[in-house]
Write a protein that binds this ligand. Structure first.
Ligand SMILES: Cc1cc2nc3c(=O)[nH]c(=O)nc-3n(C[C@H](O)[C@H](O)[C@H](O)COP(=O)(O)O)c2cc1C
Length: 223
């Protein structure tokens, strides 16, 4: 968990079926609502399909960076404060943005594109009646996705979890012949890393997000 960061520089060497299968074999023990396990993964190796995925992703990426340039939080409909800037987050850092931009342009060269779908009939979306963006359905697929990232890290593989492609779900489904009740949950890019995988990720401290008894209660810490 501490060293599974996004990898954005890959070798073009193939990833054997055997290694991928081992990762799926570990990831399938993820929790899901009612243990319904609605996941379905298409491991795309075909260069033409990877090229099409790249083009769809780049179009969404352009939308994302355009939003950032206009000072908004892209793909977020929650009202943001008018006079205060949105909370600082990495995409605002121009060096980071340039790096991720270069990465987006060449994802077709990454040997494996994992398209993670979920069967919508299996989801228990407990918050679907609330008057806000729904979040709970994702809880039955993203634990599986993260298990997969951890399993691949354990094999020495690099990976990058992306979701912008989900905005182009109809095109992706047509591209790989995915039928109705399936929704696209993620595009995970996988390959052998071109440089050593990170050993130190930057994340918020426990004290900054965990409290006792109340939202504004005392921070949880090791004491
Ligand atoms: C839901 C989600 C969507 C993401 N989409 C993208 C993406 O489109 N492109 C990308 O390069 N990284 C994407 N990432 C990776 C994040 O940028 C990364 O997890 C975060 O910056 C932390 O980086 P680190 O793990 O390298 O420390 C995404 C991550 C998540 C969880």
């Amino acid at each position: 968990m501490r060293t599974t960061g996004s990898c954005r520089a890959f070798l073009t060497d193939p990833v054997p079926d055997e290694v991928l299968t081992r990762c799926f074999d570990a990831a399938r023990f993820a929790p899901s609502g009612g243990n319904r396990q609605g996941w379905k993964v298409v491991a795309v190796r075909d260069a033409t399909i990877r090229g099409r995925i790249r083009n769809l992703h780049v179009a969404r990426w352009a939308e994302y960076t355009d939003g950032i340039a206009r000072g908004i939080v892209p793909f977020n409909t929650y009202p943001q404060p008018k006079d205060a800037p949105p909370p600082a987050h990495r995409p605002m850092d121009p060096a980071w943005l340039a790096k991720v931009n270069a990465f987006a342009q060449q994802i077709d060269t990454i040997p494996v594109h994992l398209l993670v779908f979920v069967d919508l009939r299996t989801l228990a979306v407990a918050d679907h009646r609330l008057d806000r963006q729904s979040i709970v359905g994702g809880g039955s697929i993203y634990p599986f996705v993260h298990n997969l990232l951890l399993a691949m890290r354990n094999e020495g593989l690099g990976s990058s979890l992306t979701t912008l492609l989900c905005a182009s779900e109809a095109e992706v489904k047509e591209l790989v012949g995915a039928p109705e009740p399936f929704a696209l949950a993620a595009l995970v890019l996988v390959g052998w890393p071109a440089a050593p995988l990170p050993t130190k990720l930057r994340r918020r401290t426990v004290e900054s997000f965990a409290t006792v008894d109340r939202f504004d209660g005392p921070a949880l810490s090791m004491g």
